[in-house]
Design a protein around this ligand. Structure first.
Ligand SMILES: Cc1cc2nc3c(=O)[nH]c(=O)nc-3n(C[C@H](O)[C@H](O)[C@H](O)COP(=O)(O)OP(=O)(O)OC[C@H]3O[C@@H](n4cnc5c(N)ncnc54)[C@H](O)[C@@H]3O)c2cc1C
Length: 423
């Protein structure tokens, strides 16, 4: 089949690769001059099955209301975003009931573990290098209540295979000596040995090279303006360089997937949730952490990608706004300095690169993978805060469904049909 994949971020690049590997003729289209230049450009770099909890934990409404308009909060809801957020926001709150939250967490964790296993295989087969590390991930906690909640969540995810060890502070410092300076502020930690880390942008670039060598076509600087529908079938997509026809299409345009789907009358429950990262090159930092860290309560992650420290986090509900707020970057940096106080003297702020991106977030947490009500249109979008973690598993699953092969993981929990009552 000839297949057009729309969007060359983590979702699109992996889908294109697995489709190509299954013998299809694939054209990967993106509006940017290089691939993985939007949300997949400078994310936290963590492959964290351990972080599979959807962001609408029970009680999220109280948190959002408490932090409304506050620049120094991990979750920020800007009042001007409210009108565009109503429908998605109500669904987000509805899915925060304990039963849905638990289901979303287990679906994410199962796909994440599967996805990391596929990534390992791909890395071995193709010799991919992307500043990758296989040191696990350590979650740190600054109060007992947050730690207790995370221990409970880890037990829920253990039911689908997630391994973890709960550590006291002394054990955490023994595992990661870089925590020594801030140990007195910690209540404990959880270590997840199967998690990994690496630069998502480098990964996409490497995989695209293999895709092209295998005969795949990459069309950059090509903006898709709409899906062209005839009856219940998508027959082509309109681009700024003319229509593109194919036997089928995969929509993997990140947060913009819902806008493109709407051009064919299809509603996707995806909202852009903005996050920030900072990257500092620290080649001589002898105290650098070997294990990537997640400060769970403050929603900040930090880890080394080669000689670079990547710090990332925060969630902001403010539509498609991509302006860089100094206050939000400063929040991420401050949380990181709490963990590594000695970094303050070493960090050259003028050379620390701030970035922000829009996480494509579904109402219930897991991504939307597979067919759509429109014939010829498949979906791989909405991985939210887990797009790097879930990329290889999602790409392979969608390629299997398109190719008529039995996926290696049950697909129903990720289909658009699960929202039937909401849309
Ligand atoms: C601060 C931050 C930290 C994060 N940290 C992590 C982490 O540690 N681990 C993790 O697993 N995930 C993390 N994520 C989430 C992860 O980065 C995203 O889920 C992932 O990048 C989404 O990939 P995507 O391919 O769906 O979207 P994108 O990367 O946004 O790709 C979509 C592509 O579609 C293209 N496109 C859009 N519209 C059009 C159009 N009309 N025509 C043509 N092309 C179009 C865009 O140019 C883009 O290249 C983080 C996100 C943020 C913001």
């Amino acid at each position: 089949m000839r297949i057009v994949v729309i969007g060359a971020g983590l979702a699109g690049v992996t889908t294109a690769w697995f489709l190509q590997a299954r013998g299809h003729q694939v054209c990967l289209v993106d509006r940017q001059p290089i691939a993985a230049n939007e949300t997949s450009f400078a994310n936290g770099g963590l492959l964290h099955a351990s972080h599979a909890e959807p962001w609408n934990a029970p009680g999220v409404l109280g948190q959002l209301l408490r932090w409304i308009g506050r620049e120094d909060s991990p979750l920020l809801l800007r009042p001007r975003a409210l009108p565009g957020l109503m429908r998605w926001g109500l669904g987000f709150l509805r899915y925060s009931r304990p039963r849905h939250y638990r289901l979303g967490m287990q679906r994410n964790a199962a796909l994440a573990l599967h996805s990391i296993a596929i990534l390992r295989q791909l890395r071995r087969e193709l010799g991919l290098k992307y500043d990758d590390k296989q040191n696990g991930i350590l979650k740190i906690f600054r109060d007992q209540q947050t730690l207790d909640g995370a221990v409970e969540n880890s037990a829920t995810m253990a039911e689908v295979g997630l391994r973890h060890n709960v550590l006291d502070t002394r054990q955490a410092v023994a595992l990661e000596p870089a925590l020594a300076d801030s140990a007195h502020e910690l209540s404990g930690a959880i270590y997840f040995p199967d998690d990994e880390s690496g630069d998502a942008h480098l990964f996409c670039r490497e995989l695209i090279e293999h895709f092209r060598q295998a005969g795949g076509e990459l069309r950059l600087q090509t903006t898709v303006s709409g899906l062209l529908r005839k009856g219940d079938r998508i027959e082509a997509v309109e681009t700024d360089s003319g229509p593109l026809t194919a036997d089928c299409f995969v929509l993997s345009a990140g947060s913009y997937s819902s806008r493109l789907a709407a051009t064919a009358g299809l509603r996707l429950p995806i909202y852009p949730v903005k996050g920030y990262s900072l990257t500092a090159d620290l080649p001589d930092w002898s105290g650098a952490p070997a294990i990537p860290l997640i400060d769970d309560g403050n929603k900040v992650v930090m880890g080394m990608l080669g000689s670079r420290l990547r710090m990332a986090g925060t969630a902001e509900f403010n539509g498609y706004d991509l302006s860089l707020s100094e206050a939000r970057s400063a929040y991420v940096l401050r949380q990181c300095l709490k963990t590594f106080p000695s970094l303050e003297d070493r960090l050259d702020l003028a050379r620390t690169i701030p970035w922000c991106g829009l996480r494509p977030m579904t109402m219930d947490g897991p991504p939307i993978l597979g067919s759509s009500p429109l014939r010829g249109l498949y979906l791989n979008c909405g991985a939210g805060h887990l797009g790097w973690t879930l990329a290889c598993g999602s790409g392979q699953l969608v390629a299997d469904l398109i190719s008529g092969q039995e996926p290696t993981i049950a697909a129903e929990g990720y289909s658009l049909a699960r929202f039937q009552a909401q849309l």
